[in-house]
Design a protein around this ligand. Structure first.
Ligand code: THU
Length: 168
């Protein structure tokens, strides 16, 4: 499966495939920032430590208006591996932030690959849900367009993890 259905939205630096149930209004104010976030995720991906899978991931999150980044950090004991998204969120939370507004993810999967190779794993979704609100957005890097603009998918986090587990 490649990019899912939805509608396209363009900005000066990006072409975004917006997945339902998001509306154009939900994106207002965010659009110019998406490409900067994807660029930050790409930059973080360069610092991934992935000698076992050779699959590099970078994440950039906006929490309370501030941007934090993370990369995947693998371990010889494979289960000890830390994902990029969780590292970015942990940095932001440790700096005192709690409201997660946007998560941008960039992986080393080639642009045409399945969207499943570019979107957050189940554990990361649960961690995202801890700090996400009803309007939290997930932005996935889908590579560059021929004109040099960044391409990506945008989806409401709510639709990535329905019936998420919560205590209380
Ligand atoms: N990985 C992430 O960093 N984030 C995800 O959401 C999916 C997987 C990393 C973990 C591991 O280092 C590599 O990608 C392959 O699974």
């Amino acid at each position: 499966m490649n990019a899912p259905d939805g509608f396209s939205c363009e900005s000066a630096g990006g072409i975004w495939q917006v997945v339902s149930p998001l509306l154009k209004e939900d994106l207002e104010g965010h659009l110019p920032g998406f490409e900067d976030l994807v660029r930050a995720a790409r930059e973080a991906k360069r610092r991934a430590y992935a000698p076992y899978s050779h699959f590099q991931v970078g994440a950039a999150v906006v929490m309370d208006g501030s941007v934090f980044t993370g990369a995947n950090v693998e371990n010889a004991s494979y289960g000890a591996t830390l994902c990029a998204e969780r590292n970015a969120i942990a940095s932001a939370v440790a700096a005192g932030h709690r409201q997660l507004e946007i998560v941008a993810v960039s992986t080393s999967a080639p642009a045409g690959n399945a969207i499943e190779q570019r979107s957050p794993c189940g554990i990361c979704r649960q961690v995202i849900s801890e700090f996400a609100g009803p309007n939290t957005l997930v932005v996935l890097d889908a590579g560059d367009a021929e004109d040099g603009r960044i391409q990506g998918e945008v989806i409401a986090f709510e639709s990535l993890l329905p019936w998420r587990f919560r205590l209380g």
